[in-house]
Design a binder for this molecule. Structure first.
Ligand code: UT7
Length: 330
């Protein structure tokens, strides 16, 4: 059994339509000033008629192209999302068909904003057991399908996007060694961030209209505190487990939910802001897509050089949280 799996292709996609803070001022009682100072968000991309699998397809095609791979070379598909096209069939089988594939196993993972790191860990383990595996890991969210655009406390926060990586058992030029992944969850805190409507605890009933439970419900301040604490603690844990300090990290890519969370986290970890990748201003919180979107964008902008260590960290509903250390090998 090999010791490592590798990310050999990276891609992302966002829909064309942009919703600015000024647009939201026309929709709910909010202001650009409130959104900017409380979250750092200036705009977000939103779908018009695209679905989760449409965004996932575009991000996957970019990752495959970057890896110089044909879709037929894939052995597994894992899709991280809580906004799939449908309950059944699962989102990854819909994506499989759109990629022109059949036969290979496909599964969805729902770990909310931590979904990408959960999927990455699964893909890594598939490759460690079978070094010939080439796993497509996609995180795609159409958050706006589960946001109440009459609720100012949530509708200003989220956007739609997808990010994808190809995880392989074989090292290649320009690949990221997945040095480690750590994952955690605490279900007792689940009610602080939830989308209950449509589940078996709150099933749809013929003749009844949808209610607020079908949309993202969040106790923002509580989630904020847990997000900073949990992400700081899991970063410390993964660094110490790998005999690293925060000074060894060349690029830190945290979940993009709120600039104040990112700054508080960087301060706790003693990481200079110049080593922190931030794009929350352009996309808002894109849940599971947030990390691969930021990772892919940072890579395409040339922010990652040979020998760099990258630290990823995410936090989301469940609660779930996780971190990963990657080493870029040219
Ligand atoms: O991705 C998963 C993890 N999610 C997160 O990490 C999100 C964590 N939470 C947060 O980022 C922040 O808590 C929020 C951005 C959601 C909210 O910021 P806050 O500083 O915690 O604001 P708040 O909820 O305490 O609200 C402060 C005030 C309230 O008014 P009063 O009661 O003080 O009069 C709200 O009604 O701001 C009001 N408010 C707004 N005002 C204008 C809430 N939303 C808005 C809005 N525009 N959009």
């Amino acid at each position: 059994m090999s010791n490592f799996a590798y990310i050999v292709g990276v891609g992302h996609f966002v829909p064309d339509k942009i919703l600015t803070n000024q647009d939201l001022e026309q929709m709910v009682d909010t202001s650009d000033e409130w959104i900017t100072t409380r979250t750092g968000i200036k705009k977000r991309h939103v779908v018009q008629d695209e679905t989760c699998s449409d965004l996932a397809l575009k991000a996957s095609q970019q990752a495959l192209q970057q890896a110089k791979m044909d879709p037929a070379e894939l052995t597994h598909i894992i899709l991280a999302t809580f906004t799939p096209d449908a309950y059944v069939p699962n989102g990854s089988t819909v994506l499989q068909t759109k990629l022109g594939l059949n036969q290979i196993p496909c599964f969805d993972i729902n770990a909310a904003c931590t979904g990408f790191l959960y999927a990455l860990e699964l893909a890594r383990n598939i490759c460690l057991v079978n070094p010939k595996a080439q796993v497509l890991v996609v995180a795609s969210e159409v958050l706006t399908s589960r946001v109440n655009f009459q609720d100012r406390s949530t509708c200003v926060l989220f956007g739609d996007a997808a990010g994808a990586v190809i995880v392989s058992g074989q090292k290649r030029e320009n690949s990221f060694q997945i040095t480690d992944v750590c994952l955690k969850a605490d279900g007792s805190l689940g009610p602080l961030l939830s989308v209950i409507g449509g589940g078996s605890s709150h099933p749809p009933r013929l003749g009844l209209s949808i209610d607020e439970k079908y949309f993202v419900q969040m106790q923002g301040q509580e989630v904020f505190k847990h997000a900073v604490r949990s992400m700081a603690s899991i970063c410390e844990e993964i660094l110490s487990k790998n005999n690293l300090s925060s000074q060894d990290i060349n690029l830190f890519i945290p979940h993009q939910a709120n600039i104040r969370i990112i700054e508080a986290l960087a301060k706790k970890l003693k990481l200079p802001l110049s080593n922190v990748y931030v794009n929350v201003q352009d996309y808002g919180n894109t849940s599971a897509a947030s990390i691969p979107l930021a990772f892919s964008e940072a890579y395409q902008k040339g922010k990652i050089s040979s020998g760099d260590k990258v630290l990823l960290v995410a936090f989301g509903g469940g609660f779930t949280w996780g971190a990963s250390v990657l080493d870029f090998i040219e």
